[in-house]
Design a protein. Structure first.
Lengths: 385, 260
């Protein structure tokens, strides 16, 4: 298939693929086994300008958008979702600054993010606030020139490794979601520490950790937008990044499909390579068709996001939900096609299957995505009368 | 510091095929890459620049399509690139190649010249050291580490069969490097974009102000008469028995072969 990429988009694809094949594939099993953060790969991504793709040129980036980021994310995900999660979570943490930051905030933070010098994390989830983001209990109390943050964030990707955190906290708990605000908190701020490191089923090359705020003094100029805008910052950020999770789904599905085809051509049973059996061919055909459909949707939605359209919630949710459900199905079927070998750690597909599961859960579960799509359908229908 | 890195475009295959009629490399249908050792030379050049400042120039001699190798070098981060290309240079052996390259680096100007230890197609490992001789500067081959460098002097580790030598040299100097010296960086996106638009300087025979008998086929003392793959012979004989018996048998065999 030709997706009519520009020269520059092809360059990103080619370089991201080269990094994935040369730097990620050889170490992915070990990173998974040891639950090790991919420091060396992050350095390579930084040196290759991959962190600057979606950041405007005036702040040292390449000035591109969601589609280009999706292309890079897809290629990395084809090799390892743990690595691509660490990479994509950086973009997730950066969007609040990009979308709502003041000129001073952008000048201060974006160049270091674009160069890959400082990694970013996005901190919304808490023990009692996941799908229900309004349940946030972390508070931020204004005190002179500072906000004093108290509370614990949970399951924060890049926690501990990132230098910059965009954190959602309640400035006015009595107002519920309208009482939330977003802040930039730098690692090393007094009262900011890291708690439990999670042990996960998959994406084990990415780090997932607790953030603990204990009377953490954040300068008041670090607020993103105004007080009370925190929920909007979070929702707009997720709308923007969600298609990237779709791209992760496309990548891991393609990776699993490639492995399944390679294996099925070599594995001989009943005197023939198993790929010559129609039962296997039909499974591969469905896997390929679903992956291609997911890719088309992800690219289309990414292009729509880049057009500057405002109503991106529904298409972004659709791309996320479809591509990640496809990823789960295709990786599971890849294990099935490869049989006992697929189940063994000697081959990469069992890892892909474990990794793929998170895509249906994080950045808004697929059930929440369907809620978003459903609510938009109702609104659209009401508008038509 | 002015750093010049000499690179060669080679066919991307472990099995280099030879055209039996012309005795030259078959290049058709084989993708071309930068000679792998030269990637380490480029990385070394970029690292020296990061330490001392200055510029890195990539230089190659070859057909017009060798420009692709230079663009790859720009994508990795070199400042500029020069392509030595002219029909007059065709058919050069290592001597003529080294001579032509030495004329070019004189024109470009240099403090340090870096080369890969050898090319994976010709495998001679001669061009680097020969260049240094033509330029009348010191050279250190098989460098596996650069320990110290200033604008005046350089100290390196030279790989030996067992262990290494520590060698110090004044600058200007020519180094050929082995794979152990570093891990070549991948290109960057900004580098790739710059490489696409970059202008590659071209130097031909006229620019080098030299004699046509010194370059290309005419300037090459090596004339290839024939190239062939050595025949694999499998006629071997295993002698069995006690050492004394084997020695006796061996003497018999050698006599038979009229060696004794």
């Amino acid at each position: 298939m030709d997706y009519f990429f520009t020269e520059e988009q092809k360059m990103i694809q080619e370089l991201a693929r080269q990094i994935a094949e040369e730097k990620v594939v050889p170490v992915r099993a070990e990173l998974d086994e040891k639950e090790e953060f991919p420091h060396e790969i992050m350095k390579v991504l930084a040196q290759s300008d991959m962190f600057g793709i979606f950041i405007p040129e005036e702040y040292g980036g390449l000035g591109m958008g969601a589609l280009e980021l999706c292309i890079a994310v897809e290629e990395l995900s084809r090799a390892c979702l743990g690595v691509s999660t660490s990479y994509a979570a950086n973009a997730l943490g950066t969007y609040p600054i990009l979308l709502f930051g003041t000129e001073e905030q952008k000048k201060k933070y974006l160049p270091d993010i674009a160069s890959g010098k400082r990694l970013v994390a996005f901190a919304l989830t808490e023990a009692n606030a996941g799908s229900d983001a309004a349940g946030i209990q972390t508070t931020a109390k204004k005190d002179g020139d500072y906000y004093i943050l108290n509370g614990t964030k949970q399951w924060i990707t890049n926690g501990g490794e990132a230098e910059i955190y965009t954190v959602i906290a309640m400035t006015d708990p009595s107002r519920g979601a309208r009482g939330a605000s977003a802040f930039i908190v730098e690692k090393g701020t007094p009262g900011f520490s890291f708690g439990k490191k999670e042990k996960k089923m998959g994406i084990r090359a990415s780090v997932t950790r607790e953030l603990i705020f204990d009377n953490c003094k954040v300068p008041k100029e670090n607020i993103l937008g105004r007080e009370g805008m925190g929920f909007i910052v979070a929702m707009k950020t997720l709308d923007q990044s969600r298609v990237g999770v779709g791209a992760q789904g496309v990548g891991v599905a393609q990776g699993a499909l490639d492995e399944a085809i390679r294996f099925a051509r070599q594995r001989v049973q009943f005197g023939k390579p198993v790929i010559s059996f129609q039962a296997v061919q039909h499974m591969l055909a469905d896997m390929a068709t679903l992956t291609e459909a997911a890719r088309s949707l992800v690219y289309s939605v990414a292009r729509y996001v880049d057009s500057g359209a405002k109503d991106i919630s529904k298409p972004s949710a659709m791309a996320k939900v479809f591509a990640t459900d496809v990823a789960m199905k295709v990786t599971t079927d890849a294990v099935q096609v490869m049989g006992g070998s697929g189940y063994m750690r000697e081959y990469p597909v069992e890892k892909m299957m474990r990794d793929a599961k998170i895509l249906q859960i994080y950045e808004g579960t697929n059930q929440i995505q369907r809620n978003v799509i459903g609510q938009e359908l109702i609104k659209e229908a009401a508008r038509k009368g | 510091m002015k750093i010049v890195v000499c690179i060669k475009q080679v066919p991307d295959t472990a099995e280099v095929r030879i055209n039996p009629e012309t005795n030259t490399l078959v290049r058709d249908g084989v993708p071309s890459i930068i000679n792998p050792y030269d990637l380490h030379a480029l990385e070394a050049g970029l690292q020296i620049k990061e330490l001392t400042g200055g510029t890195v120039t990539a230089l190659t001699m070859g057909p017009p399509q060798a420009e692709d190798a230079l663009r790859e070098a720009i994508a990795m981060g070199v400042d500029d690139a020069v392509l030595l290309t002219d029909r007059a240079f065709a058919g050069s052996d290592t001597w003529a190649t080294a001579y032509t390259l030495s004329r070019a680096v004189k024109k470009i100007g240099f403090d340090i010249i870096l080369c890969g230890k050898q090319a994976i197609d010709g495998d001679t490992a001669q061009v680097g050291p020969e260049m240094a001789e033509f330029l009348d500067i010191p050279h250190i081959a098989y460098v596996k580490a650069i320990d110290e460098i200033s604008t005046e002097r350089i100290r390196v580790k030279r790989m030996m069969e067992e262990g290494y030598d520590i060698v110090e040299s004044p600058i200007p100097v020519l180094l050929t490097v082995v794979k152990e010296i570093n891990e070549p960086r991948l290109p960057s996106l900004k580098g790739k974009m710059r490489a696409k638009k970059a202008e590659i300087k071209k130097l031909g025979f006229d620019a080098l102000e030299t004699d046509e008998h010194l370059v290309g086929l005419k300037g090459s003392p090596t004339q290839v008469k024939d190239i062939f793959a050595p025949e694999m012979k499998k006629d071997r004989k295993v002698l069995k028995g006690s050492p004394e018996e084997i020695v006796e048998q061996l003497i018999g065999v050698l006599k038979e072969m009229k060696c004794l």
